[in-house]
Ligand binder design. Structure first.
Ligand SMILES: [Zn+2]
Length: 415
C-alpha cells in the first residue's frame, strides 16, 4: 500500500478544477487508487498530488531532434523527421532511443503517450519492450506509408499490414492493459487508398487506435488534392476509407472548416491540438473554441519534434494563448471567452483520457482508477492564493524540476 499526502488537484470538467488541501490518496497492491480523502487530514509538507499528464500526439523517433527551428515544414521533414526515422532500422539504436524517450516522458510528468514510431517493425517491437519494462502507459505503433516518402521509409501496403497485425497480436492490451497497439498511417499524401482501407479493416478487427495527421495546414490540404484530385481534403479521404471513427486521433486539425468540424464530431473522432508545433512550423492557429463548440473530443499533443516543448502544462498554456491570439487578432476583435486554466488541466488529464477512450481507467484520482499520478512541490506562495488562482498559477508556473515522484498504475517509475 502506498500513501500520498498533499494538496490534491482534481480536474472535474472543462470548467471545474477542484483543489483539496490536506488530502490523502492511498494506492492498493493492484495499482489502483484505494481511497481519497481528508479525514484524517493529510500533511504533505508543500506537496501536491496531480493526475499524470497525457501527451496525445508525438513522434518517438524525433525525441532527440527537438528545437531545430528555421525550416519550412517540407524542409523540416526532409532534414529532420525522415532522417530521425531512417536511422532506426538499427534496432539497438531504436531501443536506446526508446529508453531515453521514456526517461524524458517521466521527467516531464507524462504518464500516457499516443506516439508514432518509425516504419521498422523491429524498432517498434523494441520500443514496446522498453515501455513494458519501464512502466510507461503507451498507445504506440509502427509508422505506415507506402508512397511519397524517401525510399528507405516505404513499406508496401501488404507488408505494412502484415507486420502491424503481428505487432498488434504481440502487444495490444498487454502490460496489464497499459500498452495499446496503434495503427499509424502517416498522412493522406503518403498512403495509398489500398493501405488506408487495410488499416481501417485491421483497426476494426484488433480494436486498435488509429493515429494520423489531418487538416495540418492550408498548404498540406492543397498537397492532398494533388495526390487525390477527386477529393477535397484528407478528412474526406479518411471518411471514405473507413478511418473516421471514435478510435481515430487526428493530429493538428488546424484548418477544419465548419462542415468538417461537424463531420469529425459526428464520427466521434478526436482532434489532438498541437499548439506549440502549429506555431513552431508556422502551420496556423487552430481555433480551439470552434472545435470545442462543435463537440469534437479534444486532447493536447507536444507533437515532438514538430513542437519543441515536452512539458505538457506548457503545451496547455500555448493552447490558452493561441485562443487569445485568435481573439485579439480577429477583425472585429472576437467576443468569445478563451479557455481558462481549469480547461488546460482538464485537457492534460481526464479530457485526454476520454478522447483516447481510456477514460474508464485513468485520468482522474478516484477510487477504482489506475493510479497514474504525480507528486510535485511547486513554489510555496501558490498555496496562499484563493483556489481559482491556485489552479491558474500552478498551470503557468509548474516546471519539470518540481516533480518529485511519478506513479503509473501504482508503480513508482521515477524521476
Ligand atoms: Zn505528428
Amino acid at each position: 500500500m502506498v500513501t500520498l499526502t498533499g494538496t490534491l488537484l482534481q480536474p472535474r470538467s472543462p470548467a471545474q478544477c477542484d483543489i483539496v488541501p490536506g488530502a490523502t490518496v492511498t494506492i492498493g497492491e493492484d495499482g489502483k487508487i484505494a481511497t481519497v480523502g481528508t479525514d484524517p487530514p493529510g500533511g504533505g509538507d508543500g506537496c501536491w498530488i496531480l493526475p499524470g499528464f497525457v501527451d496525445a500526439h508525438l513522434h518517438l523517433p524525433q525525441w532527440d531532434c527537438r528545437g531545430l527551428d528555421g525550416m519550412s515544414l517540407a524542409d523540416w521533414r526532409q532534414k529532420v523527421a525522415y532522417p530521425a526515422e531512417t536511422r532506426l532500422h538499427d534496432a539497438e539504436l531504436a531501443e536506446r532511443l526508446a529508453d531515453d524517450f521514456v526517461t524524458g516522458m517521466i521527467a516531464n510528468g507524462t504518464t500516457t503517450v499516443a506516439a508514432f514510431g518509425s516504419p521498422f517493425p523491429a524498432a517498434t517491437d523494441r520500443a514496446f519492450g522498453v515501455f513494458e519494462k519501464r512502466g510507461l502507459r503507451a498507445v504506440h505503433g509502427m509508422m505506415l506509408n507506402d508512397m511519397n516518402v524517401p525510399d528507405e521509409l516505404i513499406v508496401s501496403a501488404d507488408e505494412a499490414l502484415d507486420r502491424s497485425r503481428s505487432l498488434a497480436a504481440k502487444w495490444h492490451d498487454k502490460g496489464d492493459g497499459r500498452l495499446q497497439y496503434a495503427l499509424c498511417p502517416r498522412m493522406a499524401t503518403c498512403c495509398s487508398e489500398e493501405l488506408l482501407r487495410g488499416v481501417a479493416e485491421l483497426a476494426e478487427t484488433t480494436g486498435s487506435h488509429v493515429l494520423t495527421h489531418a487538416a495540418v495546414s492550408e498548404a498540406e490540404e492543397s498537397a492532398v488534392r494533388d495526390v487525390y484530385p477527386d477529393l477535397l481534403d484528407d478528412v474526406e479521404l479518411l471518411a471514405e476509407t473507413g478511418l473516421l471513427t471514435r478510435r481515430t486521433l487526428l493530429g493538428h486539425g488546424v484548418c477544419l472548416s465548419e462542415p468538417l468540424r461537424h463531420q469529425v464530431a459526428e464520427a466521434k473522432a478526436a482532434v489532438v491540438h498541437c499548439p506549440t508545433a502549429n506555431l513552431f512550423l508556422e502551420l496556423g492557429l487552430m481555433d480551439y473554441v470552434a472545435e470545442r463548440e462543435a463537440d469534437i473530443p479534444l486532447a493536447l499533443g507536444s507533437s515532438i519534434a514538430a513542437g519543441p516543448e515536452p512539458f505538457m502544462p506548457q503545451v496547455a498554456v500555448a493552447c490558452l494563448q493561441t485562443a487569445k491570439a485568435i481573439k485579439v487578432h480577429a477583425v472585429p476583435r472576437g467576443s468569445f471567452t478563451p479557455p481558462r486554466p481549469a480547461e488546460g488541466w482538464w485537457l492534460l488529464t481526464r479530457g485526454a483520457t476520454e478522447a483516447l477512450d481510456l477514460g474508464d481507467r485513468v485520468g482522474t484520482l478516484e477510487p477504482g482508477y489506475e493510479a497514474d499520478c504525480l507528486v510535485v512541490r511547486p513554489e510555496a506562495w501558490i498555496a496562499d492564493l484563493p483556489p481559482e488562482q491556485q489552479v491558474s498559477a500552478l498551470l503557468y508556473t509548474l516546471r519539470p524540476q518540481h516533480i518529485e515522484h511519478v506513479y503509473i498504475a501504482g508503480r513508482r517509475v521515477g524521476p
